[in-house]
Design a protein around this ligand. Structure first.
Ligand SMILES: [Zn+2]
Length: 243
């Protein structure tokens, strides 16, 4: 089978590639064996760590104490540290507590913002989103579909971007107060293929074709557009209501 990233033969005994990285949530959703060759699978693994550095994602992972590849909760991800007893979270100096109030039916509500660490690599993060979205399309439409030439540009972008190359994406809070311990993918509508990648309470919109109309589509769906000129994402505001 040909690899959907480098288009070379994946060889006789290729390993398993996950659709959604296990660095986010442990899962069994994988691509057919050989859809991604071992070399690409290994090389694209560096994108996983950029994904978990997003402030909203690292906070949710630490809040739930989700295990990483070594199968235990991680002490520190992005701007959020977690004590080993699992009862305390330490936000880096990039976080600001905006307030705690009791206005929601007697329940306490905490609002805070977390900025990404200076080391958060937005270029890698953008590619990581497109990587997951192309994996998803291969899973639902088949690997031969994503081997078609209209995906040559995105496979090149994910694998070997030009220096400083940045593609659009959109992000929004999609879940209200309930934060699911899950990540999932779906298409915005059946066609064309704008992909929504839900990670805990955050949703990201990706266009694998990198079309000019992205901003209008994203804004009409309530996504904030992170355009190619943006070098740092704004701080993420989170709101938690006591159970
Ligand atoms: Zn490959």
């Amino acid at each position: 089978m040909d690899c959907i990233y480098c288009r070379r033969d994946s060889g006789p005994e290729p390993g398993i590639a996950h659709i959604i990285p296990e660095a986010l949530v442990r899962n069994n959703a994988t691509l057919p064996r050989g859809a991604v060759c071992d070399e690409c699978n290994h090389r694209l693994g560096q994108l996983d760590s950029a994904l978990v550095g997003h402030p909203a994602i690292s906070f949710a992972i630490q809040f739930f104490g989700l295990p990483g590849k070594r199968r235990r909760p991680r002490e520190r991800i992005g701007p959020v540290s977690r004590q080993t007893n699992g009862r305390h979270w330490q936000l880096s100096s990039k976080a600001t507590i905006e307030g705690i109030d009791s206005s929601t039916g007697g329940k306490r509500t905490a609002r805070f913002t977390i900025a990404p660490e200076p080391s958060f690599d937005l270029l890698l993060f953008r590619r990581a989103l497109h990587h997951v979205a192309l994996n998803y399309l291969a899973a639902i439409r088949g690997t031969s579909f994503v081997l078609e030439s209209q995906f040559d540009d995105v496979r090149r972008y994910v694998r070997r971007p030009h220096r400083g190359e940045a593609w659009y994406f959109g992000e929004r809070d999609g879940m209200g107060e309930h934060v699911p311990r899950s990540a999932s993918l779906r298409l915005l509508r059946p066609a064309p293929e704008y992909t929504i990648f839900q990670v805990f309470h955050r949703e990201f919109l990706v266009d694998l074709y990198h079309r000019p109309g992205f901003t209008a589509v994203a804004e009409s769906e309530g996504f904030a557009v992170i355009d190619p000129e943006t070098e740092r994402i704004p701080p993420v505001s989170l709101r938690y209501v006591e159970d």
